[in-house]
Design a protein around this ligand. Structure first.
Ligand code: PMV
Length: 312
């Protein structure tokens, strides 16, 4: 039995839309921070047949099955039992699949002694879920052409940001990211402009991170997030992942920033708000978001490390 752990990551320059070819490659360069505290743990053990359990229940997950089948074929692997668990809500816009696939590939690599390097683990994780490619690395992470294997831009200690997550709903999302982004690609009138402008957003965010320029990172990260949600809203039929509390939290973050706190928001395909802050603003931000009507829970995560094998 071998066990691996990975954390979710939160994109600051978003990925929403795939290339029209095999390999599950994003259409645009994207960039994320890996969190600590939240984690997916995945155990791999030998078995007579493939079995996948999530949080103690046997589940029929076609993405997991497809990835394990491809790895089995590529590396001639024996059947395996895979048991995964998350210490945070699954499929609710908290990047559970990113953490899950990064942990899965890391556990299979170690259990079957495949000897993959980080880039190759990232590539296989990407085949499961493109954002999972980034959870293989810690700190500040880029997923860019031509290889689309995630690379570390800077370790977490380069700039110890903290993420305050306001949970506004524990429900699983109605439309998966894969289906949603395909709908946007095919129907949003703004999709081509999104693809054309992503390189500039990526370049601006990487400079902001290198220079630890919080105001510049805040500006480009909120822009990228709201462009992605504009694509969602202008898809046909429209995709809307926000609750009234998500909107109230965005307003609260803007008010906090106007009153001098170092904070910006980002939101993925779900209703949770991720408020990225400098550590000195985190207590104030957590307190303010906890008071927003409709916020059910606050989680706090400093930046974390990449996927790794752990002892039982
Ligand atoms: O990798 P997927 O299929 O879970 O898609 C991730 C999409 C977003 O989380 C909304 C954006 C991103 O870059 O993580």
């Amino acid at each position: 039995m071998t066990q691996a752990l990975a954390h979710p990551n939160i994109a600051l320059v978003k990925y929403w839309g795939k290339q029209d070819r095999a390999g599950n490659m994003p259409a645009t360069p994207n960039l994320s921070i890996t969190l600590s505290e939240l984690c997916a743990k995945t155990r791999v053990s030998d078995s007579d047949q493939f079995e996948f359990q999530l949080n103690g229940q046997v589940v029929d997950d076609s993405k997991v099955k497809t990835l394990v089948d491809s790895m089995t074929q590529e590396f001639n692997l024996p059947p395996m039992r895979i048991e995964s668990s998350n210490n945070f809500p699954t499929s609710a816009g908290l990047a559970s699949s990113a953490a899950g696939f990064a942990a899965l590939v890391t556990a299979i690599d170690a259990h079957c002694q495949l000897g993959m390097n980080q880039a190759l683990r990232s590539e296989w994780a990407r085949r499961g879920s493109a954002s999972a490619a980034r959870s293989v690395c810690g700190g500040f992470v880029a997923l860019v052409p031509p290889d689309w294997q995630a690379q570390s831009l800077a370790p977490s200690k380069h700039w110890p940001l903290e993420v305050v997550i306001a949970i506004t709903s524990h429900d699983a999302k109605g439309v998966s990211s894969t289906d949603g982004m395909e709908r946007s690609r095919l129907t949003s009138p703004f999709y081509n402009q999104w693809v054309r402008s992503a390189g500039d957003d990526y370049a601006e965010a990487s400079v902001a991170i290198a220079e630890r320029d919080f105001a510049q990172l805040a500006s480009v990260a909120e822009l990228s997030c709201l462009k992605m949600h504009s694509l969602m809203l202008t898809s046909r039929p429209a995709l809307s992942y926000w609750t009234p509390a998500s909107l109230a939290c965005m307003d609260r973050v803007r008010e906090l920033r106007n009153s001098g706190e170092a904070v910006f928001f980002t939101i993925d395909a779900g209703p949770q708000i991720k408020a990225v802050c400098l550590p000195e603003s985190a207590d104030q931000v957590a307190k303010a978001l906890a008071d927003v009507p409709g916020v059910r829970e606050i989680l706090r995560c400093p930046l974390g490390e990449g996927a790794r094998v752990i002892d039982d």
